[in-house]
Design a binder for this molecule. Sequence first.
Ligand code: 5AD
Length: 493
Amino acid sequence: MPRYSITTFGCQMNVHDSERMHDVLRRAGYTEAGGPDEADVLVLNTCSVREKAEQKLRSEVGRLARWKREGEGRVVVVAGCVAQQEGERLLKQMRTIDVVVGPDNIPELPGLLGDLALGGLPVARTVFDLDAPRFLVASPPPASRAAPTAFVTIMKGCDERCSFCIVPHTRGPERYRPSDEIVAEIAALVSAGTREVTLLGQTVNSYSDPLGALPRAPGASADDPDESEFAALLRRVAADVPGLARLRYTSPHPRHLTPSLILAHAELAVLPRHVHLPVQSGSDRVLRRMIRRYTRAEYVARTRALVEAVPGLTLSTDIIVGFPGETEDDFAATLSLVREVGFKGLFGFKYSRRPHTPALKLPDDVPEGLKGERLARLFEASEALLAAHLSGLVGTTQEVLVEGRDKERGHGGQGGALWSGRTGRHEIAHIEGAAELDLLGEVVEVSIARANKHSLQAELTEAARAAARPRQRGAAEPRPARRSLPVVAAEGG
Ligand code: 5AD
């Protein structure tokens, strides 16, 4: 049986697409290799949203030329956004690549590999499924315990035209998944053991049900152009899948943080008290040039209304520094917004010119060194906010959804902890002194003992300890969660 290995770059959507490729390949008779060296087929699932991500692909493919020579019949597949963006050109530029497959063409991958094995030529398939959008569904093997957290795609593509962003080009126009399918997938995951679902989409909260089957959500106004059916979908999931412990979503667009969504947050206990809401800049002048379609004041008013409706809710965000024409005053406005909103997490990036984007018309005039300096100042501000927030939690009681064992999740058992997970507000918590217990997938009550730089050290409360299951040798292991948690609270783009 041929063996495959997948390397994933980029966002949660890519992580999710990689999961779908695992399923498609397994169903076609492939098995997963222990690592690239043991594989016959190597898939690179690529990202082109920022320059660095794309450079990574180029250097990776360079290294693979040797890998290919060392084993007969070895095949290199490039998937994801660079595949979609470059298509055939990749085959011409890099002879090492055999198959280029776009995100909408994942189901065709086994067929393409089959043709190649029969002597076919290198091939590129990058066609959007505009007429009949396909949303591939994960199919957990029946006997296994599902991972505690899972992603469910509800829409793909993007109709915004943010001037810096390549996504409309690489992922195409918005297409939405029928609400019945979404609910059915979540229900199946929950009955297999999943506790938390994150709804995925490039502008996840612009959702509209192609079935037209959702009743209007409370608070939704018919004549608000920013209104969508996202709140209605959240309400349906909450009502139809009562076993779900947490329902998250990423990434929403601030434009669609409408009164109906705020009301859903106030009323649905399943929505945790954290929202990641990319703002990109705190300067109205820059926001206009970015074509973000909201002002700083609108962003602040909407997030303020959300926090008023859900006391204690925390926000995190994405910010680009050094966008064309960004002055010191513009950047100062971004810093002041970060403090005004009090973000508890922040992904920061240096602007980079992306092919096919409207901002190519603007000169990339902020020097690289200045971009780096601004990024460092941005991180300094956000780290201070996070540190104050985390240390303020010491001594409190929190509910943590245990996602796995620390070592397997690359955290190396911080502070001697074995288990780790997330609080409702998405803070990472390492649980100490629970080695003899089986906490996987449980929502447990902990008290916070200490704050680390980006996470918390916690101990089970007496009640949680008394209620926990002892760990059994040879107990059914969960499916390894392939999800890579955002390891960085802040990333240099
Ligand atoms: N340059 C820098 N950062 C970018 N992002 C998207 N496009 C660019 C670009 N051209 C960032 C945005 C977005 C995140 C996923 O990546 O902050 O929210």
